[in-house]
Write a protein that binds this ligand. Structure first.
Ligand code: F6R
Length: 600
C-alpha cells in the first residue's frame, strides 16, 4: 500500500526511481509519480494508473541525480493525477511524497492554513504547505520539517526535496515503513528493500519519529528531540531472482508452485543438528507461561490463525482465541491472567495488527510475531519473532505465505507440546515432508483446476465454499482468494450454517465448492452438499483420498488429517487463479487491493 523511493547520487535518478517503483507495484497502487531535481529546478511527473503510464509521460531529456518517487493507494480523494504524489508547496520550493494517513489534517488545515488553496483532496498536501509556511516564518528547513512532524497525528513515511538545496533528501517516518539504503557515493530511500535492491543490499532501519538527512555521502539520523542516533546497516538477504517472475506468466502462479519448496525450507530452518524441530527457548517459555494465546491477524493471515488455533489447542493443550486485528482495539475481550499475543502477518506491516501490538504492549503483555519479513515493524516491535522463510511474496493474493504460516504454527504447537512433556501423536517432520510431496502432485495437475474454473466459475456471479471443521477455515480462505482476484462474489460457510439463512441465495446453477477432507464430518458435509444440490446448486466436491465418493470432482492426496489445510487450499488457489484468467482479471494486481495494508 503506497510506496516511496528516493535516490541521491551521481547517476540519472529517474530510471532508478521508476525501476524502484516497478518493484513496489506489488504493494498495490492506483497512481504514481516522481520528482527529480537538477539545476533548472524540480520536475514533477505524475499519472493515474500504472507505472508504465507514468514512464510514458516522463520527459526523457530531463537529467538529474536526485529524486523521490511514490505509488499511491487512494485514501483521501479518488485516484487521479492531481491527487497523485509528489505534492508541492505554494511556491513549488518544496516537493513531498507521503505514505500513511494524517488523522488531524482537517484540524491542521483550519488552524494553520487558513487562506491557502489546496490543489488536491489529499491529507498529504497540508504537510508540504506547513513546511513552507514555517520556513517563510524564519525557520530553517530542518526546523520546519521537525516542527511540522510534531504537529502530525497518524502515520507517515515522508521524503522531501527542497528546490534550494541540491544536496539533501529529508526523510521521516512514524508507523509507516521506510528504510534508507547505503551505497558508494549514493544513498537511497525505500519503503522496502526490494525496491532498491537494484543498487544496494545495505539498509538502515528507521524508527518511529526519527528524521533523516540523506545526502549522497552520508545518512544522518536524529530522534524527534534532535539527538543524533547511530545505527548499523544490515544486509537485505534477498535474492534478486526471488523477486523476478522468471518464465511464469504471473507471480501468483510462481508462488503457488513454490509451496512444496517452502515446506522444505521451513523444515530445515526449524530442524536442529539432532534432526529435531526446535524453536527459540524464550518463545517456548512464553508459550508455556501463558494461560491463553490470543492470535491477532487480518485477511488470509487470520484464516491461517484459525487453523493455528486447532494446532495449539489440540497438540499443545493451550486455549487459543483468534481475533480480527481491526476489531480488537475497541472490542478487546476480557483477557486471561497470563496472555500471550501472537501476531500473524506476512508483511509484518499491517497497521491494524500493529495498533493492537502497541495497545497490548502498553498493558505489559508479551508478544510473538510470525512473519515473512525479518526486520518488519511487527517483528521489531514484538518480543519474539518466528520467520516464515517463504521468500518474497509479490502477488497481492497471498498463497505461499498462508501455507508457510500454517506450517510454522504446526511447528510451534509441536515443539511446545514436547517441551511440556506431551508425547507427540505423529512425527511432524515426516508428515510435513509428505505434505510437500502432496503439494507437488497438486501443482502438477493444473489442467484439472483450470477445467474446474472453466466449468464452474467462468461466468458465474457468485459462488459458495463450504466445509466443516478445518475444511470450513480453508473454505473461508478459498472464498477470499476467489473474490479478491476474480471479483466473483464468493463466501465461505460452515457446512451446517448455510441452511440458517444463506441457502436462500442458492439458485439453479450456483457453484458450491465443498471440501471433504475430515473423516469425522464427512457424512455431515456430504449431507450439506445434498441440501444445496436439491435446490439447484452445482456442487463441486474436493475430497481427500480415502474419503472420496463417486461423483467427487477432485481427490487430493492423503496427508495427516490435521495438516489437510496445507494441501486442500492448493486446488482453491489454483481454481481462483484460473477463474481470474478466464475473466480477464489482473491476477497479480487486483483492483482496489494493496499487498501491505499500512493504514488502519
Ligand atoms: C489476501 C491477503 C490479505 C492479507 C492481509 C493481512 O490474499 O493477502 O488478506 O492476508 O491484508 O496481511 P499481512 O499478512 O501482511 O498482515
Amino acid at each position: 500500500m503506497c510506496g516511496i523511493v528516493g535516490y541521491i547520487g551521481n547517476n540519472d535518478a529517474k530510471e532508478i526511481l521508476l525501476k524502484g517503483l516497478e518493484k513496489l507495484e506489488y504493494r498495490g497502487y492506483d497512481s504514481a509519480g516522481i520528482a527529480v531535481k537538477n539545476a533548472d529546478g524540480v520536475h514533477v511527473f505524475k499519472e493515474k494508473g500504472r507505472i508504465a503510464d507514468l514512464r510514458d509521460n516522463v520527459d526523457e531529456t530531463v537529467l538529474s541525480n536526485t529524486g523521490i518517487g511514490h505509488t499511491r493507494w487512494a485514501t483521501h480523494g479518488p485516484p487521479s493525477k492531481v491527487n497523485a504524489h509528489p505534492h508541492q508547496s505554494t511556491s513549488e520550493r518544496f516537493t513531498l511524497v507521503h505514505n500513511g494517513v494524517i488523522e488531524n489534517y482537517s484540524a491542521l488545515k483550519r488552524e494553520y492554513l487558513e487562506g491557502y488553496t489546496l490543489k488536491s483532496d489529499t491529507d498529504t498536501e497540508i504537510i508540504v504547505l506547513l513546511i513552507e509556511k514555517l520556513v517563510n516564518e524564519g525557520n530553517t528547513v530542518e526546523e520546519a520539517f521537525r516542527s511540522t512532524l510534531k504537529l502530525l497525528k497518524g502515520s507517515y513515511a515522508i521524503a522531501l526535496l527542497d528546490n534550494q538545496n541540491d544536496e539533501t533528501i529529508f526523510v521521516a517516518k512514524n508507523k509507516s515503513p521506510l528504510l534508507v539504503g547505503l551505497g558508494d557515493d549514493f544513498n537511497v530511500v525505500a519503503s522496502d528493500a526490494m525496491a532498491m535492491l537494484q543498487v544496494t543490499d545495505q539498509y538502515v532501519e528507521l524508527m518511529d519519529k526519527e528524521t533523516v538527512i540523506v545526502t549522497k555521502e552520508k545518512v544522518t539520523i536524529h530522534d524527534l528531540e534532535g539527538n543524533e542516533v547511530s545505527r548499523e546497516p544490515y544486509t537485505a538477504e534477498l535474492d534478486a531472482s526471488d523477486i523476478e517472475k522468471g518464465t511464469y506468466p504471473h507471480y501468483m502462479l510462481k508462488e503457488i508452485d513454490e509451496q512444496p519448496a517452502v515446506m522444505r525450507k521451513i523444515i530445515s530452518a526449524y530442524r536442529n543438528d539432532d534432526q529435531e524441530l526446535e524453536i527459540n527457548q524464550d518463545i517456548l517459555s512464553a508459550m508455556n507461561d501463558s494461560d491463553r494465546i490470543y492470535i491477532v491477524a487480518a485477511g488470509t493471515s487470520y484464516h491461517a490463525g484459525l487453523v493455528g488455533k486447532q494446532f495449539i489447542e489440540n497438540i499443545a493443550g493451550i486455549p487459543v482465541e483468534v481475533h480480527v486485528a481491526s476489531e480488537f482495539s475497541y472490542n478487546m475481550p476480557l483477557l486471561s491472567e497470563k496472555p500471550l499475543f501472537v501476531f500473524i502477518s506476512q508483511s509484518g506491516e499491517t497497521a491494524d495488527s500493529r495498533a493492537v501490538l502497541v495497545q497490548i504492549k502498553e498493558l505489559g503483555h508479551k508478544s510473538l510475531t510470525i512473519t515473512n519479513v525479518p526486520g518488519s515493524t511487527l517483528s521489531r516491535e514484538a518480543d519474539y519473532t518466528l520467520l516464515l522463510h517463504a521468500g518474497p511474496e509479490i502477488a497481492v493474493a497471498s498463497t505461499k505465505a498462508y501455507t508457510a504460516q500454517i506450517a510454522v504454527l504446526s511447528i510451534l504447537a509441536d515443539v511446545t507440546a514436547r517441551s511440556k512433556g506431551i508425547k507427540p501423536k505423529f512425527d511432524l517432520i515426516h508428515e510435513l515432508g509428505i505434505v510437500g510431496t502432496a503439494m507437488e502432485a497438486l501443482c502438477e495437475q493444473k489442467e484439472e483446476f483450470e477445467a474446474i474454473a472453466r466449468d464452474y466459475l467462468a461466468t458465474t456471479r457468485n459462488a459458495f465454499f463450504i466445509g466443516r471443521h478445518l475444511d470450513y477455515y480453508v473454505g473461508l480462505e478459498g472464498a477470499l482468494k476467489l473474490k479478491e482476484i476474480s471479483y466473483i462474489q464468493a463466501e465461505g460457510f460452515a457446512g451446517g450454517e448455510l441452511k440458517h439463512g444463506t441457502i436462500a441465495l442458492i439458485e439453479e446453477g450456483t457453484p458450491v465448492i465443498a471440501l471433504a477432507t475430515q473423516e469425522a464430518v464427512n457424512l455431515g458435509i456430504r449431507g450439506n452438499v445434498k441440501e444445496v444440490a436439491a435446490r439447484g446448486a452445482n456442487p463441486c466436491i474436493i475430497s481427500m483420498k480415502g474419503l472420496q465418493e463417486e461423483d467427487d470432482r477432485f481427490v487430493i492426496p492423503e496427508v495427516n488429517e490435521i495438516l489437510t489445510p496445507l494441501i486442500s487450499v492448493i486446488p482453491l488457489q489454483l481454481i481462483s487463479y484460473y477463474a481470474a484468467l478466464h475473466r480477464d482479471c489482473d491476477v497479480d494486481k487486483p483492483r482496489n487491493l494493496a499487498k501491505s495494508v499500512t493504514v488502519e
